[in-house]
Write a protein that binds this ligand. Structure first.
Ligand code: NAD
Ligand code: USQ
Length: 399
């Protein structure tokens, strides 16, 4: 049975992916330091859905399916020996890397959070790559990157899958030669910056050590349940709605469930890429089945299914749920309006049949939010992280 290590497997995308791959017959080992749960405690918030402990989740999965998932509590950024031991002991066929601090607003809260996000994300990714190379392992490494490495002030030119094909002059100036160069990055937060830096780490280890790496540039994930997490109450996935970790569509759906006006930043002119959590897990399974050759080139795929402008999403949710819109000052430094077109050709060619907003899942997510609305801490809904120094009262490092 192929063995897969899932770094960050207790998180929003990692948990349903772990279940799906276990259901597909992989031998799954989750590695997670539970930092996401701790950050919630520090911030006085919690998943809207009541998530069980990793041990309870895994026991529930065994009860329901008789399949076994192993859980290792480990910080991949700080515990190099621990990570080395896990890699040596399991010698995985594949490693899926979700284990990073993933909220743009959290990464912009203050100095402490900026330093933490860079330390955590860059060290974790580099520790993994350096150890895999050092130990002479040959897993297919699948990393969850983000569409946001390219920034969101574009004019609608299609974003290709990782590389821009350019023509350069030959040394003798007698012909043009094709070159694939990394599509330029233009990150809009410290978090997105770490994902841009991750890209260079991947390029180096693919070139130097022939590591086989797939970087999935994912859009904003929405929804909460998948076919596996629905099997038992104890398997329920997390649902973030607070101003730092809640992503825009899930926030709107939760706000609608509470009758809270939908918090549109600025004019809501940002156009973003989206994907439902069910398609996230499908795409990751497809990526696992299609590893790149060890030819020194990182495989970069755009993992998204549709693009929407934020105010159009808000109007759609408002119409379906009879809720009001509230245009609030945008706490972020981002273009007032942008256009976005993205190529997701590879996953479509591999057979992905995209789940779109129109298929009733909006209502399912609102229903889940209504069921657990008594758990909502409404004081955490407003986005409080601001992007520019001028707006900050003073710099305080909390250690
Ligand atoms: P999440 O915060 O819910 O999950 C991340 C998990 O990684 C958490 O369980 C956390 O405890 C763990 N983790 C973090 N640092 C770690 C460390 N040093 N050692 C071990 N474990 C660590 O985030 P998510 O929404 O599941 O996102 C997973 C990945 O997908 C992230 O890398 C994120 O950048 C990417 N992504 C997410 C979205 C989205 O909309 N949620 C969109 C695009 C890309
Ligand atoms: N927004 C609102 N109102 C809100 C919350 C957000 O108008 O209440 C706006 C933001 O200003 C922004 C857009 O909605 O223009 C998206 O914000 P978001 O928080 O949903 O998404 P983002 O910060 O980009 O981050 C999320 C995930 C991150 C992932 C990224 C994919 O947290 O891990 O990498 O989506 S992407 O956006 O494609 O880069």
């Amino acid at each position: 049975m192929a063995k897969v290590l899932i770094l960050g497997g207790d998180g929003f995308c990692g948990w349903p992916t772990s279940l799906h791959l276990s259901a597909c017959g992989f031998d799954v080992v989750i590695v997670d330091n539970l930092s996401r749960r701790r950050i919630d405690q520090e911030m006085g918030t919690d998943s809207l859905t009541p998530i069980s402990s990793p041990q309870e989740r895994i026991a529930a999965w065994h009860d329901v399916t008789k399949r076994t998932i192993e859980f290792v509590e480990l910080d991949i950024a700080r515990d190099v020996d621990g990570l080395q031991n896990v890699l040596s002991a399991h010698r995985p066929d594949a490693i899926i890397h979700f284990g990073e601090q993933r909220a743009a607003p959290y990464s912009m809260r203050g100095l402490t959070e900026k330093l933490y996000t860079v330390d955590n994300n860059i060290s974790g990714t580099h520790n993994l790559l350096a150890l895999v190379a050092e130990l002479g392992l040959n897993p297919h490494i699948v990393h969850l990157g983000t569409m946001g490495v390219y920034g969101y002030d574009g004019d609608g030119l299609e974003i290709p899958e990782g590389y821009l094909n350019v023509k350069v002059q030959s040394p003798d100036h007698d012909k043009l030669i094709d070159r694939d160069i990394l599509y330029p990055t233009n990150p809009g937060s410290v978090y997105h910056m770490t994902k841009s830096m991750d890209q260079l780490l991947f390029q180096f280890y693919a070139k130097n050590n022939d590591l086989r790496i797939t970087d999935l540039h994912q859009g904003i994930v929405w929804g909460t349940q998948t076919s596996e997490t629905r099997l038992d109450q104890r398997l329920i996935n997390r649902f973030d709605y607070d101003g730092d970790y809640g992503t825009v569509l899930n926030r709107f759906l939760m706000q609608a469930a509470l009758g809270h006006p939908l918090t549109v930043h600025g004019t809501g002119g940002q156009t973003r890429a989206f994907i439902h959590i069910q398609d996230t897990v499908r795409c990751i399974a497809m990526a696992l089945e299609n590893p790149p050759l060890p030819d020194g080139k990182v495989q970069i795929l755009n993992q998204m299914t549709e693009t929407h402008r934020v105010r159009d999403l808000a109007k759609l949710v408002a119409r379906v749920t009879n809720t009001e819109l509230a245009y609030v000052n945008n706490p972020r430094k981002e273009a007032a309006e942008n256009d976005l077109k993205v190529s997701n050709k590879t996953f479509l060619d591999l057979g992905l049949n995209p789940t779109t907003l129109a298929q009733g899942l909006l209502s399912e997510t609102v229903e889940i939010a209504k069921t657990y609305s008594h758990r909502a801490r409404t004081e955490t809904i407003a986005s409080k992280s601001i992007w520019t120094d001028e707006q900050k009262p003073g710099l305080v490092v909390k250690r």
